[in-house]
Design a protein around this ligand. Structure first.
Ligand SMILES: [Zn+2]
Length: 404
């Protein structure tokens, strides 16, 4: 009775009778036979009263292990001669998929484990091959991806990621409301993005806004497919640009200066990149020294600090006034790298101001960077690019890796 209910509830063998249990070489074998009244013709679905048993076969299936002990289901099956359609066919097996030699329940267990542990560990734990565990998980993810609906997508973020050393990039699109990766494609050009945008268009998705950096390739792709959607250039990338501008200004100066003045510049890199609110008293002093030695550098620092206020402004009107004033000031001061930045910001004004309507950024997408690193470290099989992408599509569900 206990065995019957184990087979019924745990393994899902609802239409089978348990005949006997056998213990062989540390493994458990459950011998089962299909219940008479559950029989159907494999071809015409005729009920059991129309079937005559005509030949037999046995087949073994992997069931869930209990502890370290492997378990198998041994099916004693029949060929069924059907009086309705005249065919003599093997009985259908409903606890396994197709010709597979394992229970559906086994696959479900593998999938559950793969969500919380690396495949290598799952395979070791279940005492099966790494390839088998991976292929089970891979088909599960592929199936779910095929069923994924895009109808509710409204806000997305686009960015590129370095996936391998040597500048191999991947374009990744994230749904900013669910955190799911919707698209991943090799390359960082328009061609890596357009097929996905066209798919959204075919499905008549009404996009509200797209967060992205100021890359002309992506902008061109978006404008090709969605001429009127709001593009939002997010704080993240602009801050990166202003940091680069101040770094380059410092480097130029360092090359020009000599003696003691040059000495003051040493060790100022992180000082200049930091927000003023994070500076300790001795760093502030260092900053004042810098200002005395070199006014342009100090002006550059103030420009950078100023621009950081931009995203705290209450609406796009004040933001426009602020940004235009900032751009003017940068041009007036004439610091080479800041003039260049001012030009870039001036060209992208609509996208910078659009932030105040949607308040979205690629921030959540940047947060993926670490998860992707963990994924790459865990994965021995990421030479399989299809699998790598599938994992990426469901990376928002993965449990954070922990040490120990
Ligand atoms: Zn039939």
């Amino acid at each position: 009775m206990a065995t019957t209910s184990y087979l019924y509830h745990t393994l899902g063998l609802t239409r089978y009778c348990h005949e006997r249990t056998e213990f062989l070489a540390g493994a458990v074998y459950y011998h089962v036979r299909k219940k008479k009244e559950a029989r159907r013709c494999a071809h015409c679905r005729a009920r059991w009263i129309h079937l005559v048993m005509n030949g037999a076969f046995t087949r073994e299936f992997h069931a869930l292990p209990v502890g370290r002990r492997k378990q198998f289901v041994v099916l004693h099956g029949h060929f069924q001669q059907c009086r309705c359609c005249g065919r003599n066919l093997r009985e259908p097996i409903d606890f396994a998929e197709g010709k597979r030699r394992r229970l559906k329940a086994f696959d479900r267990f593998v999938v559950d484990l793969c969500h919380i542990a690396p495949i290598k560990h799952v395979a070791l734990f279940l005492n099966v091959g790494w390839d088998l565990a991976k292929s089970i998980f891979k088909s599960h993810l592929a199936l779910r991806l095929a069923r994924r609906k895009l109808t509710k997508v409204r806000y997305i973020a686009v960015d590129e990621f370095a996936i391998r050393k040597g500048h191999q990039y991947m374009t990744v699109v994230m749904d900013l409301e669910t955190g799911a990766v919707l698209h991943a494609h090799e390359g960082k050009d328009a061609a890596a993005l357009i097929p996905f945008l066209e798919k959204l268009k075919r499905k008549r998705i009404i996009l509200r806004a797209i967060a992205m950096d100021m890359s002309p390739a992506y902008m061109q792709a978006i404008r090709n497919v969605f001429p009127t959607v709001d593009i939002v250039h997010d704080p993240y990338h602009v801050v990166a640009l202003v940091n680069r501008a101040i770094d380059e200004t410092r480097r130029d100066l360092y090359r020009k200066l000599t003696g003691e003045e040059r000495q003051v510049l040493k060790g100022s890199r992180f000082l200049l990149l930091r927000g003023m609110e994070h500076l300790k008293p001795h760093s502030l002093e260092h900053l004042m020294d810098l200002m005395e030695v070199n006014e342009p550098l100090y002006q550059a620092y103030l420009l950078k600090e100023d621009l950081r206020m931009f995203w705290n402004l209450p609406n796009d009107n004040t933001a426009r006034v602020f940004l235009e004033a900032w751009i003017n000031q940068a041009r007036t001061l004439g610091l080479k790298h800041f003039v260049k930045l001012a030009d870039t910001l001036g060209e992208h004004l609509p996208g910078l101001l659009a932030y105040f309507h949607h308040r979205i950024s690629t921030g959540p997408l940047e947060g993926l960077n670490n998860k992707i690193k963990v994924l790459k470290r865990q994965a021995y099989g990421f030479r399989d690019q299809t699998y790598f992408k599938l994992r990426l599509y469901f990376i928002h569900e993965s449990v954070p890796a922990f040490a120990g």
